[in-house]
Design a protein around this ligand. Structure first.
Ligand code: SF4
Length: 501
């Protein structure tokens, strides 16, 4: 029986009331398909590195309409979740997605999760090389690597094309940072990090691993985790706990034992010549429009200059959520302006790489004109402070983190950029460096943020545990500070930390 048959069989049994929700979860969670708190279903679609085409988004918009799904959510792991799918529609929705090349296997459960890639890989002035093709090749190889779907716990992998985004890789189970050594493509390789319970930065397994070996290394790490991870206790099952038990040297030695078997086990190489470079078509936005008021602020906060003279433009998606009607309008907008390739961000937004400087005013004007009711340009902070989905949807959450973010946003709106560089800096920080997680699982990676907060219940009240600021070099996580703060004190705490009060 194939893995899809097993999943579809479990759903049929569940719909026929032959198995319990718990028995269903044992099968469906490995596909990122979970029951929500309201007993509707959430389905998580993988997108390696968060790359989505216009066609992908049109498919998702079509599914929302066909199955009357309330909304799609952009996740902190560069994936797309369908929220509120009726149990009776899950099998058909799954089949439609798979037919369109939208995959689920490994979306959740004890599997290898969506592979992260930092934004605008290969396009920065300080890029070593584009890592997206490597992330894609690794994901493809792993779809057929059965050990990666029967692990003690999840395994998380990330790639970054430059040292400036090293932290993203240092907090994964396995991370690859592109570096060049003697003219060769290599990866500085980080092992054993993680940001949930007992968060840790990984240690450097290799200073400069030849890039073509990345899949073999990932498979060897996965195989050793499969064999040696703690299957008795879920709380200590992640790879970083095996690292704690063996020590860095012990884990590295164990890795070498597994890596030595790479040939015998048929782990593939990843030669550069086999990789397809990522291409971002330029938009058809008109040049030279007169910008609407607020353009300079938006340019400073939302647009990043790239090495080729173009810009990456961030579209701020309120709460990371699209209803069907809004996603259909968004797709029509993208089609109209030839914006056919986007990247999902861990801030639950989109970025459009490679927009010409002369076209940015037209993009800004069009966003304002065509979405007066959907704030894609940061007219307000509401919906634009990175939080996890929170306990109204997530069964393990301690608090409604999006609503906490919203309360903070309403106070911070008085500080929106209008005049000073200080306020523009605040806008960048608030939309990138503030993160609020609904529980210690840390889905926003708040210990790796400058201003991280974790929700907790204390005496029946929701409170926040502030974290000390993480630092990028060397990668160091923030620590929980001793005194929790009341939700209402969050704006004051943040502004005081930023020296604005
Ligand atoms: S951080 Fe906790 S509450 Fe938030 S989505 Fe993750 S598991 Fe759920």
């Amino acid at each position: 029986m194939g893995y899809h048959d097993e999943l579809l069989g479990a759903w049929a049994d569940y719909n026929a009331k032959k198995i319990t929700p718990l028995q269903l979860k044992a099968v469906s969670s490995n596909f990122g398909i979970y029951q929500q708190k309201d007993d509707a279903t959430m389905m998580r679609i993988r997108r390696t590195g968060g790359i989505v085409t216009l066609g992908d988004l049109e498919t998702v918009a079509g599914l929302l309409a066909k199955y009357r799904v309330p909304y799609a959510h952009l996740t902190t792991r560069q994936a797309i979740q369908l929220h509120g799918v009726a149990a009776a529609d899950v099998a058909a929705c799954l089949a439609d997605c798979e037919a369109a090349g939208l995959r689920f296997r490994g979306g959740g459960g004890n599997t290898f999760r969506n592979v992260l890639v930092n934004p605008n890989s290969g396009l920065h002035a300080d890029t070593a090389f584009d890592v997206l093709p490597y992330a894609r090749a690794l994901s493809e190889a792993f779809y057929a690597f059965d050990a990666a779907y029967a692990l003690p716990r999840k395994i998380k992998i990330a790639f970054a094309d430059r040292a400036a985004d090293r932290m993203l890789c240092a907090i994964q189970d396995l991370g690859f940072v592109a570096v060049e050594k003697e003219g060769r493509r290599c990866f500085e390789t980080w092992l054993g990090g993680g940001i949930g319970n007992k968060p840790r930065v990984g240690f450097k397994l290799f200073e400069a691993l030849p890039a073509e070996a990345c899949i073999r290394v990932a498979m060897a790490v996965t195989a050793l985790f499969h064999d040696h991870g703690d299957r008795a206790c879920r709380a200590t099952a992640r790879l970083r706990f095996l690292r704690a038990k063996l020590g860095d040297e012990g884990l590295a030695n164990l890795f070498q034992d597994y890596y030595a078997q790479a040939d015998a086990r048929g782990y593939p190489w990843c030669p550069e010549a086999d990789l397809k470079p990522e291409a971002y078509p330029l938009s058809t936005l008109p040049e030279g429009e007169t910008p609407a008021p607020g353009f300079e602020d938006w340019l400073a906060v939302a647009c990043e200059p790239l090495a080729d003279g173009t810009f990456a433009a961030r579209l701020f998606v309120p709460f990371g959520n699209f209803t069907q009607a809004m996603l259909a309008r968004f797709c029509a907008f993208l089609r109209k302006y030839g914006l056919t390739r986007l990247q999902l961000l861990i801030s639950q937004d989109f970025v459009i790489p490679r927009v010409h400087r002369q076209c940015l005013a037209a993009l800004y004007n069009a966003l304002l004109r065509e979405f007066p009711d959907f704030d894609l340009t940061l007219r307000s902070y509401v919906g634009h402070i990175p939080t996890c989905i929170g306990n109204t949807v997530c069964k393990i959450g301690a608090a409604d983190s999006p609503r906490i973010g919203e309360r903070l946003a309403r106070v911070l709106d008085a500080w929106l950029p209008a005049d000073t560089p200080q306020k523009r800096a605040l806008a960048r920080i608030v939309t990138t460096e503030v993160r609020i997680s609904g529980c210690p699982n840390s889905c926003t990676a708040h210990p790796a943020a400058k201003f991280g907060f974790q929700c907790r219940k204390l005496g029946g009240q929701d409170v926040l545990i502030p974290f000390s600021p993480a630092t990028a070099e060397p990668p160091t996580l923030g620590e929980p500070l001793a005194a929790p703060i009341a939700i209402d004190d969050l704006p004051h705490c943040l502004l005081a930390n930023l020296g604005l009060l």
